[in-house]
Design a protein around this ligand. Structure first.
Ligand SMILES: O=C(O)CCC(=O)C(=O)O
Ligand SMILES: [Fe+2]
Length: 325
């Protein structure tokens, strides 16, 4: 066989293998006690999500469930027609849970590896390197009542107008994702009680690709297990078809931290000063929400803090009937 022919065959083989290769995606599971950070990161970058068994130990599961159940008793629904109760401000309601997550080596390792932003610049004759670690985007617990329908499949990172092209798994680069969604099951979550429906591999599509619900799988978790998901993945709550199971989930998301207001206006300005300002000025200072960013208890601060009329959501990831899935 001549060299030229051999080269041609090799080229054809590599063309065939890369062009016809249809990657298969799945929910890979790791154990919190034995997981190796790099293995978890590789699986997360490839599939868009991973399950961590035993993120909380049984004592923690019991303790946090008791606290959440108690607080949820007096938590109001956002709308009277809602069947999901959302508990914001975990730092107040379940502080030990928040601290547990935010000091967990695996949690921080994954978020730091994928969401740290870096920059270099010349300053006074010297090249400086900057590195910003991610910060918390939101902390919530939610309780989804029996009978609640499916939630529209959505990408959490639409909040930041994240735009990305279709790529192959091996082309994934840090910086593509601006946020990581993270859920812990407070009680067992099953397909029957509405476990999050998730499309593995959907983080690799173009941001304008529509979700294909037939590709969604339930991210089933036992109480205490966790689910990390790149926020560019399509997902949404499943249908709680049970008669008596309230699905309890804790969520703590982290995001890139470099695009924030330079001055911390919300801490530096007393509320009476802000209240005395004209509405357009309050809005420009950041007291209105933009594409649902900046909420207080899922409302615009203009409404929740400054007492103005309700402002509509940019989009409402509402719970639909199962037929709408
Ligand atoms: O309920 C769930 O499992 C997912 C909730 C969710 O994706 C959301 O509210 O953005
Ligand atoms: Fe979501």
């Amino acid at each position: 066989m001549s060299t030229a022919t051999t080269e041609t065959i090799v080229k054809q083989m590599s063309l065939n293998s890369s062009d016809n290769f249809e990657p298969e995606f799945k929910l890979e599971t790791f154990d919190r006690a034995t997981v190796i950070l790099d293995d978890a990161l590789n699986a997360l970058k490839y599939n868009g999500g991973i399950k961590i068994k035993g993120f909380l130990n049984p004592d923690e599961v019991q303790k946090f469930e008791a606290i959440a159940t108690e607080v949820l008793k007096t938590t109001e629904l956002q709308n009277p027609s809602d069947t999901t109760k959302r508990l914001t401000r975990l730092a107040i309601s379940i502080p030990d849970l928040m601290t547990k997550i935010l000091t967990d080596e695996l949690y921080l390792g994954i978020n730091d590896a994928l969401l740290t932003t870096k920059h270099s610049a010349w300053f006074d004759g010297e090249k400086l390197d900057f590195e910003n670690k991610p910060v918390v985007s939101t902390t919530t617990a939610f309780d989804v009542a029996p009978g609640t329908g499916v939630q529209t499949l959505h990408r959490d990172d639409i909040l930041w107008f994240n735009k990305f092209d279709k790529i192959k798994p091996e082309e994934y680069q840090v910086g593509r994702d601006v946020c990581i969604s993270f859920f812990i099951a407070g009680r067992d979550t099953t397909a029957a009680n509405g476990a999050t429906r998730w499309i593995p591999g959907s983080h690799l599509g173009n941001y304008l690709d529509e979700a294909d619900p037939s590709k969604a799988i339930p991210a089933e978790l036992n109480a205490g297990d966790a689910f990390f998901m790149l926020s560019s993945c399509y997902h949404g709550a499943g249908w709680n078809q049970t008669k008596d199971q309230h699905r309890l989930v804790y969520a703590l998301f982290m995001m890139q931290s470099h695009l924030r207001q330079e001055e911390n206006i919300y801490l530096s300005l007393p509320l009476d000063v802000v209240k005395a300002l004209p509405v357009p000025v309050q809005e420009r200072l950041g007291y209105s929400w933009t594409s649902n960013l900046g909420w207080v208890d899922y409302k615009s601060p203009m409404e929740a803090i400054l007492g103005h009329e309700a402002q509509p959501h940019s989009f409402n990831v509402s719970y639909n009937t199962p037929a709408d899935a």
